[in-house]
Design a protein around this ligand. Structure first.
Ligand SMILES: Cc1ncc(COP(=O)(O)O)c(C=O)c1O
Length: 419
């Protein structure tokens, strides 16, 4: 497809209307309209989410589950309704299988500490990949150090795609767990997690999907991915920070020991021992992030009203446009799959030997927010033989005009660095 054909293609979203939903986008940064391209790190929030949180604190704020008074009833109802909204968005039929966590990191740590310590023994193997976020590496390193298990890694091909031909060699009867990201936050690669889950199950292993980047961007129906656990973060899907979730199959969750001990997660407490609450409360000790959960419920409503199919179609169109436009920039190296259908809205790049932090600083001067660094994927950077990359990441409010601004900014960076 040529750039002009792409521009003419009818967008899946009414961009003007969508942008009007996000108050933060209506501002200038360094004298230019803000172009926010750091969505893989955190997304912006629509007014509906901001107003829901504001209303909660103004009218309904109280602790949940324990009170008999009106405000506590209201808070509890809104908090549990939010669980239902997020569950519906993600296709989770049994709401008790959705546990609130602080986000993806805490969800993965929960599985490593509880399922992991109950099931992993010395000599067992855990299969990961070299493109994982530190959140999907370090908890397993800690588990391996505690138990004597061995970590193994799927490698990448030259386009940043998992080398699936090696899975057969790496999966053995010793493999107890496979944990892979659905979408790479650093390269945008969409990994075939359902296929990997099938292969993991064939050797009796349990499969965790790090969904931090897929819940916001793909119309994921979590249980039908075929995995056993799925972790996600609210702040990457239009919701607040400090809230996210873990989905797990009921039988696994019920068999797992609790994560944190404290209020709300108990049934009957004696001085020396306790029995625990049923799911999901067994894993939700202490006063939860009530406003966060309610805000994430509003974000789920918002994403459902826009339609994640539409978001995906919009981002595919944008990615094809961005890959074509950025290929015009001399000295720019694009990392990740070349086929837009194999990647989500993330473009990682380097520009000759200019340090990515310098690129990001020049772009910031133009009002364009991108991220530069290792993106919490230091092993991946070493695998790509780069110290860091610059990364532009898109979402539903990103348009081809934003991509044009990025390309203009990069052209300016070339001139400034004498390229
Ligand atoms: C693929 C992936 N996994 C895990 C995380 C960690 O998410 P959080 O910091 O919200 O826990 C991120 C965040 O960037 C991510 O992109």
């Amino acid at each position: 497809m040529t750039v002009s054909m792409l521009e003419a293609a009818s967008p899946a979203l009414d961009l003007e209307r969508i942008r009007a939903d996000f108050p933060i986008l209506d501002q200038e940064v360094n004298g230019h309209r803000l172009v926010y391209l750091d969505n893989a790190a955190s997304t912006q929030k629509p007014a509906a989410v901001i107003e829901t949180i504001d209303r909660y604190y103004r009218r309904d704020n109280a602790n949940v589950h324990r009170g008999v008074h009106e405000l506590s009833h209201r808070a509890t109802e809104a908090y549990e309704q939010a669980r239902g909204k997020v569950a519906r968005l993600l296709g989770i039929g049994d709401e008790a299988e959705l546990i609130w966590t602080k986000g993806t990191t805490e969800a993965i740590n929960l599985v490593a500490r509880t399922w992991g310590e109950a099931n992993i023994r010395a000599g067992d193997e855990i299969l990961l990949s070299v493109l994982e976020h530190h959140s999907n590496l370090v908890p397993w390193q800690l588990l391996a150090q505690r138990t004597g298990a061995r970590l193994r890694f799927l490698d990448l091909d030259d386009q940043g795609r998992l080398e699936l031909s090696r899975v057969d060699d790496l999966l053995t009867e010793r493999t107890k767990l496979v944990s892979i990201s659905h979408i790479s936050n650093a390269l945008g690669t969409i990994n075939p997690v359902s296929h990997i889950a099938e292969m993991a199950h064939a050797v009796g292993a349990v499969m965790l999907v790090d969904g931090a980047q897929s819940a916001p961007h793909l119309p994921v129906d979590v249980p039908s991915l075929g995995a056993d656990f799925y972790a996600f973060s609210g702040h990457k899907m239009c919701g607040p920070t400090g809230i996210g979730g873990l989905w797990g199959r009921r039988a696994l969750l019920e068999a797992m020991p609790p994560f944190h001990g404290g209020g709300d997660m108990i049934d009957y407490v004696e001085l020396e021992s306790s029995t625990y609450a049923p799911l999901p409360l067994k894993f939700e000790a202490g006063t939860p992030h009530i406003a966060g959960a309610i805000g994430l419920g509003a974000a789920a409503d918002y994403l459902a009203s826009v339609g994640r199919d539409n978001i995906l179609a919009h981002e595919r169109h944008l990615m094809a446009y961005a890959l074509e436009r950025m290929a015009e920039i001399p000295d720019l190296v694009l990392h990740g799959p070349r086929d837009p259908a194999e990647r989500s809205g993330v473009v990682s790049f380097t520009l000759a030997d200019v340090h990515p932090h310098d690129i990001a600083t020049i772009l910031d001067g133009e009002g364009i927010a991108v991220r530069a660094g290792h993106h919490c994927c230091q092993p991946l950077m070493r695998r790509l033989c780069v110290p860091a990359t610059a990364r532009a990441s898109f979402y539903l409010y990103t348009g081809t005009d934003d991509v044009d601004r990025l390309v203009d900014g990069l052209m300016k960076a070339r001139t400034m660095f004498g390229l």
